[in-house]
Unconditional design. Structure first.
Length: 114
């Protein structure tokens, strides 16, 4: 085609260590590079998340995080990873959360079953 150009976004798949099997599968299926995030849990419970590559060279990121067990911690870790990617210039962040904690124990959002 004369006068037209195809713009292809450059994406990266990043997963937490306990989700790397899913990350590898997704990256392979999409033909993308996969990296495993570096994580640390400090004695006071604070989480540390670091990308092992320069994510600022990517237009988009597919973040994979299993949210079970320790749902609250894992959701915070996902939020930290999303925030870090955005701060580093990634324009599009997509999250795959294979297990989203459900409201099964409460009977629904905002209600408590008796």
């Amino acid at each position: 085609m004369v006068g037209s150009s195809l713009i292809v976004a450059k994406y990266l798949v990043a997963s937490f260590p306990w989700s790397s099997d899913v990350g590898i599968d997704v990256a392979n299926a999409l033909g993308l590079t996969h990296v495993v995030l570096e994580t640390k849990q400090f004695p006071d419970g604070e989480s540390y998340v670091r990308y092992p590559v320069d994510v600022s060279t990517y237009d988009g990121l597919i973040l994979i995080q299993r949210a079970y067990p320790e749902q609250n911690t894992r959701l915070i870790q996902a939020m930290l990873a999303i925030h870090a990617a955005r701060d580093l210039g990634v324009k599009h962040v997509h999250v795959i959360l294979p297990y989203l904690p459900t409201q099964g124990r409460t009977g629904g959002l905002g209600t408590v079953s008796q």
